[in-house]
Design a protein around this ligand. Structure first.
Ligand code: ADP
Length: 586
């Protein structure tokens, strides 16, 4: 039974609840036998005139009373059973979903490079739903039925072993058919999961790109990809249902052949005078009744096989190592050092695709350091390595002299604020979206941060001010407004290190001025790392690090780098010249 816990990936509580659910289901099954036993007894009583005996009305009343009591017991047992199976399995599903979500949160970003969102959504939703269904509808019933069938089988064998053998003779044969098909069923269910994942990927891509699809008139080709994926999913689902149906129906037919065997053996024994008529009739009634739960067992077994696919996927996810580290180490200094760092996004073959190559650099504390370089040179990657979104392949990244690999990522994150170009907003109020920066902040602090980030003016124009609900990912706000909310968050967090992806790249002058004002509030007195796309905005930085193809090629102040006449000076010159271009008639 210990293995059942691991096999089903249950928590201790889930496992103990499952045992109670099996017990509850068994009680229900046994209680359901009461009306059956009463009916048999009534049957025997009513057949008495056939044997030349009189019906005992006293017995009939007793049986009626027993029937009523039996019905009450069945009702109470069912109620207990419902609570123990359904309620507890939903509770277990909730706990599992939370622990899967927690685990996913702690996984390294490299993991998300190999797994899509729909795959992970399937892990949290569909796979857990499969387990929930198996816990509530399959295992308790399967075990309880097996227990009650064994009890009935033993009782019948004691009464007449030859008839019991005739009744249960076909059960192992039918079981062989079901178990024999296990491999095929597993293969089919894996194919269904793959088809479902592909379809949900396509649905997501279709919905994400709906604007582009409309704008580019791609509806035909994009829709046909979705259509194909949905058609394959339907085909695979029908194939699986058919595959399961063939084996289950085959096993059920084989089992029901037992009715014929029972009638044949019974008649043979009756004609040989080895069994009386009433017990024989009783066996005939029982054979029809007892096959009901066995047929249910056969229908439930394939569900258990299919569940294996879901647990295997869950096990793979839950055994993927999380990023570990100390949550206790307190950082007191904010200088950042890259020591001979090499990094590749390709976890399988890192040597092939090094994005950062043997980089050594130091970022001073309480100063502004700009990362510049051509597109794809590794600026964003450097900022992600500082925040330990990824772990380096070689060398060390240190914050305040401490290797970030030894720090718990969430603990490290508590020392950092981010302002990126793609701001993530939640489908919640403006107020709550800002408060995410510091959940312990008071209302005054949230308002002060919003004001300092120049959010006040546009928020006051929203229908319910700070209590206005933002659409999914803040789709109702402009790019500049979203960025100001993210700056307000960072201000509220008040972390000593600020990572800025030059946020003003694609903004109109009014928004740009407001954002510049908000940013200057944010970075005052902090260790700031700016990923700069436009060099004129970083001319005032305390230090400029120039990257090219993942290597540090120059570093120094704007003045010094201009003098060097290297890559920085060239990029600066080109950008200055391009400032002069305009769209218009020649
Ligand atoms: P920059 O910020 O200078 O434009 P990046 O750090 O974003 O450059 O990218 C450096 C290189 O790493 C590029 O070749 C880019 O294609 C690659 N890269 C960036 N992000 C990922 C990722 N998540 N997975 C794989 N490769 C990536």
């Amino acid at each position: 039974m210990r293995n059942l816990k691991d096999y089903l990936m249950l928590t201790d509580k889930g496992y103990s609840d499952l045992k109670k659910a099996i017990a509850a289901c068994t009680i229900t099954n046994l209680s359901l036998m009461l009306p059956f036993v009463v009916t048999i007894q009534l049957f025997v009583e009513l057949l008495k005139p056939l044997m030349g005996q009189e019906i005992s009305w006293m017995n009939m009343w007793i049986l009626l009373g027993a029937g009523v009591i039996g019905a009450i017991i069945v009702f109470l047992a069912n109620k207990y059973d419902y609570k123990k199976t359904y309620v507890t399995s939903y509770l277990e599903a909730e706990t599992t979903r939370i622990s899967v979500a927690e685990h996913i949160r702690k996984l390294p970003m490299s993991f998300f490079n190999t797994k899509g969102i729909s795959d992970l959504t399937t892990n949290i939703m569909a796979d857990v739903t499969t387990s929930e269904h198996v816990l509530s509808h399959v295992i308790p019933q399967l075990c309880a039925n097996a227990i009650s069938i064994t009890i009935v089988c033993t009782a019948l064998a004691i009464f007449d072993w030859r008839m019991a053998l005739a009744i249960f003779f076909t059960v192992p044969l039918a079981l062989i058919v079901i178990y024999g098909s296990k491999k095929i069923q597993n293969r089919l269910s894996e194919k269904v999961v793959v088809a479902k994942l592909k379809a949900s990927d396509q649905v997501q891509e279709y919905l994400d790109g709906i604007k582009v699809i409309k704008a580019c008139g791609l509806s035909g080709s994009k829709f046909s990809a979705l259509d194909d994926a949905l058609r394959t999913m339907k085909k695979m689902a029908i194939k699986m249902e058919f595959g399961t149906g063939v084996f289950v129906t085959g096993a059920q037919m084989l089992l029901q052949a037992g009715i014929g065997v029972t009638v044949f053996v019974g008649t043979y024994l009756l004609t040989g005078g080895q069994i009386a008529l009433i017990p024989l009739l009783m066996f005939f009634v029982i054979v029809v009744r007892i096959y009901g739960p066995i047929l249910v067992e056969f229908a439930l077994l394939p569900e258990l096989f299919h569940h294996r696919t879901a647990t295997r996927r869950m096990r793979t996810l839950m055994t993927t190592p999380i990023m570990e580290g100390s949550t206790q180490k307190k950082l007191t200094r904010w200088n950042i050092d890259f020591e001979n760092v090499s990094f590749s996004y390709n976890a399988q073959n890192p040597k092939e695709d090094m994005v950062i190559k043997k980089m050594t650099a130091s970022i001073p504390s309480n100063a502004i350091t700009a990362l510049v370089g051509p597109s794809g040179s590794g600026k964003s990657t450097v900022s992600r390595l500082i925040a330990r979104f990824w772990d380096v392949n070689e060398g060390t990244v240190k914050v305040g002299g401490v290797d970030v690999k030894t720090l718990d990522p969430e603990h490290l994150m508590s020392y950092m604020s981010f302002v990126f170009q793609d701001v993530v907003l939640f489908n919640d109020t403006v107020y709550n979206n800002i408060r995410i920066g510091n959940m312990d902040a008071t209302e005054e602090e949230v308002m002060a941060a919003a004001k300092a980030a120049c959010c006040d003016e546009f928020v006051s124009n929203l229908p319910c001010g700070y209590q206005t609900m933002l659409g999914e990912n803040g789709c109702t706000l402009s790019g500049g407004e979203r960025q100001r909310i993210s700056i307000a968050r960072a201000l509220l967090k008040n972390a000593p290190i600020v990572l800025l992806d030059e946020a003003t790249a694609s903004l109109d002058p009014e928004n740009e001025a407001l954002i510049q004002q908000a940013i200057s509030q944010l970075i005052a007195g902090k260790t700031v790392i700016v990923i700069a796309h436009r060099l004129r905005t970083v001319a005032g930085a305390d230090k400029i690090i120039v990257l090219n193809e993942g290597k540090l090629v120059e570093e120094g102040t704007h003045k010094a780098l201009i003098k060097t006449k290297g890559l920085y000076e060239k990029m600066y010159r080109i950008q200055q010249e391009s400032l002069g271009w305009s769209v218009g008639k020649p």
